[in-house]
Design a protein around this ligand. Structure first.
Ligand code: IVH
Length: 712
């Protein structure tokens, strides 16, 4: 499939398709793809991926193809700039001048005392409990963020990197420059490396998650992940929009005449401050191990009041000459240790378990807890995930349970305390009927999930509308607005959004004339969106972004008349769903499962019945994707090939890509129009169908000969 220019995967078929676009359209599509990839990368770094790898690859390839056809679109801020194929390799490497070490951990006071014992032995000092007056420790809060090293030359910030594997990190200079606490210039023209932690304040973490929730995006798990995600952005503007900050804790000054020789960590911290770095004030020096233990105890609870996350205390031998004598073992210094607070656990009571109904009807049991303070905030609810989980942990309504915050952020019910039962507890079961609409709840054979099958269930509907509003990019319509619109009955169907007047909106809580006008204008703007966006916003089960793009192409080809296009498209989808559901497998990448989901959604009586007609009636129009260039040159130009079973050395996707680059069209189902069926081990009904129809069957082992043209 791929040539490689400058290390990027270039798909000739996609390039041809891109080249057929008008300039303005190419630019618009580029902006949309780039935004989508940036968003996906961000989510990926934050451990909350929103795209499958294969989907990401596809989008990325399309972007590369657009930039190949329209080189002026390859601006420096494009996600393709300086990139390998994966977001993990998007930064230049920086070799650290000195390795960035990690620390050994201690989880108890005893382990801290054992550390003190080792340090004393290493320094030929008397074992505890003898005093060791020449040995003093510094205690610093351990900041839960991302370690970085900042390089300054003659007082100017020149380069910043992440820790990476300790020897080589990633060059994130541009992003670090956007952080207010990274000084651009020091107070003295010195050359040095300053190391510290980049972190996201708790309030910023909360703000971003609220915003993401409003937009229906997956939430970041904790401030560390979202901080790391925000720093490792290809576009510094994204980093700049996040309120990141730093605490510096290590100074490595270049040796130069006139530079004062620092004798200790406590002196280094002070010098860092003098030079203009932010150094955490919550530290103590001149400590013996008892003082250290006291320090850890003092911060155990208080740390939750800080505006940033700390997960422990770093204890360091203060004097540098002693540090040098102690040296290191396996890339961790012998002179320091990280004391980690255990996740705080508290006891509470499960007062109730309530099932919540999600967008596709899934019932998620949520524990209502006696409100309890844990790790700095009051927790009153925690998800119990599903019924199997409740059974496994044997959690009953009325139970005393142990609650903790996983990663100190997400509340989790760890276990029940059966010894505390009085006999009044009751085991919980999924309701037989949906708590919202009363429809009988279903659990599919062998599945963990229970769900409400009623597509009109109000709980499902409000989630569904959320997906729609987010998908169609109706700016300024958050959950609160949406709920009001549904409750007041102003919005009953998706099309109703586009029927709202300024006055309707002005009547909502928290809306004034101006905000109503703004939202109204945003809704008008959303009336015309690319077809694939409209499809993705429908929330059809199994249909993600990639399938939406492919369905859009298929549908655009299927419905050639442009007049009243959306209405015609709706009729086509309904007919195919009702009488030829297998035809959905003609859509690239769509197999039987997705085809069945599409058929179920678009069929008469399905969740999608009347949806597109209603949107068309409300004035919604779509931008159709440009027709794909006919299969280009290649040994199999113009042919249709079905690949079934497993082909050695190829994933399904790679095999289809190879078919495409040979000029043929890969198809999902066998028909009289199929030119070849490639059947590897495991081929089933498609092989049978080919034999039945007399379509030539190529053995999987001959796949490469087929695509190189040797067989045709
Ligand atoms: S000193 C050799 N001080 O914790 C010295 N590290 O678990 C190495 N960290 O990789 C680091 N706060 O990312 C040090 N006050 C502090 C710290 C700190 C957080 C991080 C740092 C390190 C990790 C080790």
């Amino acid at each position: 499939m791929t040539d490689t220019i400058e290390g990027l995967p270039v798909d000739p078929a996609l390039v041809a398709e891109a080249a057929a676009l008008a300039e303005g359209e190419a630019a618009a599509r580029h902006a949309e793809l780039a935004a989508r990839i940036v968003e996906a990368n961000e989510a990926y770094y934050a451990d909350a991926p929103i795209l499958e790898d294969a989907e990401w690859d596809q989008l990325f390839r399309r972007l590369v193809a657009l930039e190949t056809a329209f080189p002026e679109l390859a601006t420096p801020d494009s996600p393709t700039r300086g990139v390998g194929a994966k977001p993990t390799t998007t930064f230049d490497e920086v070799r650290h001048r000195r390795p960035m070490l990690s620390l050994a951990n201690a989880f108890s006071h005893d382990e801290l005392r054992a550390f003190d014992g080792r340090v004393r032995r290493g320094l030929d000092m008397p074992a505890p409990p003898e005093p060791a007056p020449d040995l003093r420790y510094v205690a610093e809060l351990k900041i839960d963020g991302l370690a970085v090293t900042l390089r300054y030359e003659r007082g100017r910030f020149v380069q910043g990197a992440t820790r990476g594997d300790g020897l080589t990190g990633e060059d994130v200079t541009a992003n670090l420059r956007t952080i207010a606490t990274v000084p651009e210039r020091l107070t003295e023209p010195v050359s040095l490396d300053a190391r510290g932690e980049v972190y996201m304040p708790k309030a910023e973490f909360a703000r971003i998650n609220t915003e993401r929730e409003e937009q229906g995006l997956p939430l970041y798990a904790n401030p560390r992940n979202s901080g790391a995600g925000s720093l490792r952005q290809k576009d510094p503007a994204v980093t700049a929009a996040r309120q990141l900050a730093t605490w510096s804790y290590q100074l490595i000054e270049d040796e130069a005449a006139g530079t004062p020789q620092l004798a200790s960590q406590s002196a280094a911290l002070e010098r860092l401050e003098t030079l203009g770095f932010t150094v955490n004030p919550n530290r103590a020096s001149g400590l013996d191990i008892d003082d250290v233990i006291e320090f850890t105890d003092a911060w155990r609870e208080r740390r939750h009041e800080l505006p940033y996350e700390t997960d422990g205390v770093v204890v360091k031998v203060d004097r540098f000459d002693q540090q040098d004598r102690l040296g290191m073992v396996s890339r961790a210094p012998r002179w320091a240790i990280a004391y980690k607070y255990p996740p705080e656990q508290v006891e509470t009571v499960v007062e109730d378990i309530v099932p919540y109904v999600g967008r596709i009807g899934t019932l998620t049991p949520v524990a209502y807890l006696r409100p309890t303070k844990v790790a700095g905030s009051t927790v009153a609810r925690a998800t119990l995930h599903n019924l199997d989980e409740i059974r496994r942990k044997d959690i009953r309504v009325g139970d005393h349970v142990i609650l903790q915050k996983a990663g100190d952020v997400i509340p989790e019910v760890v276990r029940s305390l059966p010894d505390k039962r009085t006999g009044d507890e009751r085991t919980w079961d999924m309701p037989a009927a949906c708590p919202v609409c009363g429809t009988a709840i279903v659990r599919d054979e062998g599945a963990v999930r229970h769900y409400c099958p009623n597509p009109a269930c109000p709980a499902r509907v409000s989630q569904e509308f959320g997906t729609f509003v987010g998908g169609m990019d109706i700016e300024g319509a958050g959950w609160k607005t949406l709920e009001q619109l549904l409750q007041t009955g102003l919005v009953k169907r998706r099309g109703d959004f586009f029927r709202l007047s300024v006055e309707d909106l002005e009547g909502l809580d928290r809306f004034a004339r101006k905000s109503a006008e703004n939202l109204h204008a945003n809704i008008r703007k959303a009336r015309r969106r690319p077809l694939e966006r409209l499809i993705a916003s429908l929330g059809i089960p199994q249909v993600g972004w990639t399938t939406s793009i492919e369905l859009a192409h298929w549908l655009a080809a299927e419905v050639p008349q442009r007049e009243d296009w959306l209405v015609r498209a709706a009729a086509t989808l309904r007919d195919v769903a009702a009488s030829q559901p297998d035809r959905f497998e003609e859509i690239e990448g769509v197999g039987p499962t997705v085809a069945a989901a599409l058929a179920a959604w678009f069929a008469p009586g399905g969740a999608g019945e009347g949806v597109l007609e209603d949107l068309a009636d409300a004035g919604v129009e779509v931008e159709l994707p440009a027709p794909r260039a006919p299969a280009g040159d290649g040994p199999l130009a113009g042919k249709t090939v079905v690949v079934t079973g497993s082909i050695e050395g190829y994933s399904r996707e790679a095999a289809e890509a190879a078919v495409r680059s040979a000029g043929a069209k890969p198809a999902g189902s066998v028909s009289k129009k199929t030119d070849y069926v490639v059947a590897g081990p495991g081929a089933g009904s498609k092989l049978a169908k080919a034999q039945e129809l007399g379509v030539p069957v190529i053995d999987g082992g001959d796949f490469e000969r087929l695509i190189s043209g040797e067989l045709s």
